[in-house]
Each structure stands twice: as C-alpha cells, then as structure tokens.
Design a protein around this ligand. Sequence first.
Ligand code: CTP
Ligand code: CA
Length: 223
Amino acid sequence: LSVLGVRNDLEGLRVLITAGPTVEPIDPVRYISNYSSGKSGYALAVAAARRGAQVTLVSGPTSLDPPKDVCFIGVRTAVDMLAACQRPFEKADIAIFAAAVADMRPATAADHKLKKGVDDDALAGIPLVKNPDVLATLAAQKDRQVVVGYAAETDDILENARRKLKAKHADVIVANDVGEGKAFNANDNKIWFVDEEGAEELPRMTKAALADVILNKALDCMR
Ligand code: CTP
Ligand code: CA
C-alpha cells in the first residue's frame, strides 16, 4: 500500500529509539558530554512513525524539536536513559540505540558551583565512574526484539563494530566514522552494516534516507 510515498509497512510494530548525547553533571553549571546532535536518531523516529510504527524516542538534550506522532521521553544522564528505556524495550519489536551515551560520569555531582581558588583540587581531578551500557544491558534481556546498535569509530571501524556486535548481543551494528566533521551534526553519513553475515558498505546518503535503509535492515532481521 502506498499513499503519497507513505508505506505503512511498520504498522503494528513498536520501535524504541535512543538519540542524542547524554549529559553528566559535574556541578550545577558544568557537565561532561559529546558532540552528538541527535539528527540520526530523530530521523529514525520520523521515518518509523511515517511508516506506521508506534515510536518511543528517548533522547538526551538536543536542539531538535520532538517529532510529531512519537512518544517522546527527554532525559539527561545515561542512568536516566537506561531507566526510561526499560519498559519501552520490553514492549518493543525493534530497538535502535543511536544515542551517544557518555561512557563515564563524575562520581558525584557537586551541589554548588566549584570555584577557582576554593575548589581547585576538585576541579583539577574529577573522579569518574563508568556509566551503565544502555544497549548491552537491555540486549541481554531481549526475547523477540531486533536490536540495532551503533559503533562510533575514528579507527579500525569494522573490527571495532564486529567486537561490539558480539559483546553487546546486537543483531546488527551500524558502523560509522565519527572523525572530525564526518558524522556528528552532519546531515548525511556513511555507514556499514555489520552482522553475523559480515559487513556491508553503503554509499554516503542523507540521514533521512539512511533512516529508511536502517529500518529496512531491522525488518529483514525480524524475518
Ligand atoms: N551505548 C549505550 N550505553 C553506553 C555506551 C554505548 O547504549 N553507556 C550504545 C550506543 O548507543 C551505541 C553502542 O552502544 O549503540 C556503541 O557505542 P560506542 O560509543 O560506539 O561504543 P562503546 O561500547 O561505548 O565503546 P567505545 O566508546 O569505547 O568505542
Ligand atoms: Ca562510547
């Protein structure tokens, strides 16, 4: 069925998508984060909703507007993102983890602004602890869900993607080169699909076009 280019081929499916960076507070005015714009994840949410899926988008802070026809859950930290994803994951048919989750967070967030001359020691060495891995934690619980992960790499892209596929129990990894200016905040991207079968290189395309290709791949994995 095709109406004005809209195919409802995801109707009846629940899709969970994570997007954007997470933000890990140091004190009330400072944080640790990364350059993720959220564009890939939001494009996925828009495309999945347009194709008829029931979409939950769990997103860290971005400058993008929540897409229409999507259940939007805004979060800040990795710990919050994991908590927000738990129930939607249990109900999901497809889960796509496009977020750039901060790997570490400050062990404690100061409740006051750290001040030069007063808190110099605290500012010079901020103790960090590891964040939970949202994808790996949820994929370990999967029953029917198709799990799509990303691999953001600057080197040895395919080798690292294969390692993440296995370590995180994902069904497919979307590998991309995040070297300067190449993926973060760009409107297009170049990816490889890495799964049990091997690696498939795709041509560079817009994030909107990529979203449909990635959803098609997830559908393939369901069959
Ligand atoms: N991911 C996650 N939670 C984390 C870290 C990563 O859910 N705490 C997910 C990302 O959303 C992505 C995949 O895991 O789908 C890979 O993220 P990436 O940063 O490329 O890999 P890491 O496993 O964090 O390893 P590293 O950053 O050292 O390459
Ligand atoms: Ca990481």
